[in-house]
Ligand binder design. Structure first.
Ligand SMILES: NC(=O)c1ccc[n+]([C@@H]2O[C@H](COP(=O)([O-])OP(=O)(O)OC[C@H]3O[C@@H](n4cnc5c(N)ncnc54)[C@H](OP(=O)(O)O)[C@@H]3O)[C@@H](O)[C@H]2O)c1
Length: 259
């Protein structure tokens, strides 16, 4: 059972502990900031510690943790750091990602495996680490948010990216499966599927006039997204506003996949 909340409290994350991977840049930095603004204590993880420290300087609720999500010992240290300091981890945002080669013919088996390691295997292991301790009586509800992509739902053609698209589609399957396994324990698992947003990952795309026009032409709202336009979807999935929502894919893409 869940008690109704006043509208102003619906998105509050006061008393919650959140982990955000890939928080040194782009969408992840924004996600860490938004969760902290909603009241969560946030452990911001990535390999570039200097960037994380800058982010932490902007909000005392953000704590930097150097972490390569493809390394088992780093993932364990991240979860243990947060648990040692606050006693619990309530929100996991699996956001870190790598993009692979564009042409399938250029992507070696090792390169393909590396992308899947960061984008799919690491989120699975992090989710397991977070969910391994039972959410005790009175503990905050637990929410895992896997950052997938519209490219987990539809083709990237005429752009390419076999490992990236496979990893993002895999993340959607993983989301449904973990939601099924962990629903009885009250752990919710959902995916966020963004469309095109300007970040380091998409710098070449938006930097090229023809590609940028292609994004505009094929998006129903005729533009790429601004980072802050994922704030509402993130807060919905992280908070009690989505207490009866699990195994779902929340697409925020200006209408790209509605065509
Ligand atoms: N931008 C878009 O249009 C778009 C669209 C759909 C989905 N997405 C998804 O949204 C998420 C964020 O994308 P973005 O555009 O913000 O990407 P980005 O600007 O390239 O940032 C990627 C982040 O992941 C981190 N990262 C990469 N490999 C890592 C590793 N091995 N261990 C730890 N951290 C690692 C990077 O930090 P370090 O280099 O410091 O480790 C960086 O903070 C990704 O899951 C992406 O697939 C983005």
């Amino acid at each position: 059972m869940s008690a109704p909340l006043a509208a102003a409290e619906l998105f509050s994350l006061r008393g919650r502990t959140a982990l955000v991977t890939g928080a040194s840049a782009g969408l992840g930095a924004r996600f860490a900031t938004v969760l902290a603004q909603a009241g969560a204590t946030v452990y911001a993880a990535a390999r570039r510690l200097d960037r994380l420290k800058e982010l932490a300087d902007s909000d005392a609720r953000i704590h930097p943790v150097a972490c390569d999500v493809s390394r088992d010992e780093d993932r364990t240290r991240l979860v243990e750091t947060a648990r040692a300091a606050t006693g619990h981890v309530d929100i996991l945002v699996n956001n870190a990602a790598a993009s692979g080669e564009t042409r399938a013919e250029d992507e070696s088996p090792d390169a393909f495996a590396d992308v899947l390691g960061v984008n799919l295997t690491a989120p699975f292991h992090l989710a397991r680490l977070v969910a391994e301790t039972p959410a005790g009586d009175g503990a905050p509800p637990r929410s895992v948010i896997n950052v997938s992509s519209i490219l987990g739902l539809v083709t990237a053609a005429p752009l390419g990216g076999a490992s990236y698209s496979a990893s993002k589609a895999g993340l959607i399957g993983l989301t449904r499966e973990l939601a099924g396994q962990w629903g009885p324990h009250g752990t919710r698992v959902n995916a966020l599927a963004p469309g095109w947003f300007r970040t380091e990952m998409t710098a070449d795309l938006f930097g090229d006039e023809r590609s940028a026009r292609w994004v505009e032409r094929n998006t129903l709202l005729r533009r790429g997204g601004d980072g802050h336009e994922l704030d509402g979807a993130l807060l919905f999935l992280a908070s009690d506003a989505s207490s009866y929502c699990t195994g779902q894919i929340l697409t925020v893409d200006g209408g790209w996949t509605a065509r």
